[in-house]
Write a protein that binds this ligand. Structure first.
Ligand code: HPA
Length: 249
């Protein structure tokens, strides 16, 4: 079974349930990852943990060095990544506190280092990305949800926006017309880089607010932070089950 890593997003700068074995500061040809890699045990299983926004959540989504993060995980032998992502809900089922395991995405980001095949005179490679999330890892997460009785939305389209500002109501209407169900700022280029490195990648998204224009109130950081806290224990319980299940790929 390939080495599994969890990339923590907002609300998961650290994971107290993870028993830390070793913390390794690494660097890559693309620079330093967001934080030292944490080698630990979750529910008795070896996992690596990397907080995407750094220790103490200091790196905003558009400044994350996604290439260094994925390269560092690849160098550490990681073959599977479960990426945690706080998102806004666009379509009716994606209510605050819902968990969603998306099955596709649309990339609206720009100006991020989005490929490892970036060197003049280097190899030109076009990876298949029709289905950006690993079917096997998605099945694993769905099985873990079933086993633990945690309700999750199976499928959905993740809109990756640039941030760090939230979207306008008109932008969210456009994303909805495009077929998006949830909106976040980090799945791209993370998912594409994982694909380029041959790493199976799936997102476990948790809805922390209605997307812009989908409720009568403004979106406040207090609401987002409160909902992050409310989702945390459920997400951890799901992960604790997922890591003990045999790989399904
Ligand atoms: N938009 C983009 N990213 C997000 C949101 C949102 O509404 N909520 C949490 N991450």
């Amino acid at each position: 079974m390939g080495q599994l890593a969890i990339i923590g997003g907002s609300g998961f700068a650290a994971m107290p349930e993870l028993e830390i074995v070793e913390t390794r500061q690494t660097t890559t040809r693309w620079g330093d990852p967001s934080a030292p890699l944490v080698h630990g045990r979750l529910a008795g299983q070896d996992v690596l943990f990397l907080p995407r926004h750094g220790e103490g959540h200091r790196i905003p989504p558009h400044r994350v060095n996604y290439r260094a993060n994925i390269q560092a995980l690849s160098d550490a032998g990681v073959e599977r990544v479960i990426a945690l992502a706080a998102v806004g809900g666009i379509t009716a089922d994606c209510v605050p506190l819902a968990l969603c395991i998306p099955d596709n995405l649309i990339d609206y980001t720009h100006g991020r280092g989005s490929t490892f095949y970036d060197e003049a005179g280097g190899e030109v490679v076009h990876v298949d990305f029709s289905w950006p999330f690993s079917a096997g890892l998605r099945r694993l997460l769905l099985r873990a949800a079933g086993d633990t009785g945690i309700e999750v939305l199976d499928g959905g389209v993740y809109a990756a926006t640039q941030g760090p500002r939230l979207e306008t109501a008109a932008e969210i209407s456009r994303l909805e017309r495009d077929g998006c169900d949830i909106v976040g700022m980090t799945a791209m280029p993370e998912a594409a880089l994982a694909r380029e490195r041959g790493i199976a990648y799936a997102t476990l998204a948790f809805v922390v607010n209605w997307a812009a224009g989908k409720s009568d109130s403004e979106i406040g950081m207090e609401e987002i932070n409160a909902n992050l806290g409310r989702c945390a224990q459920t997400v951890i319980r799901l992960l604790q089950r997922a890591v003990v299940l045999p790989a399904d790929d």
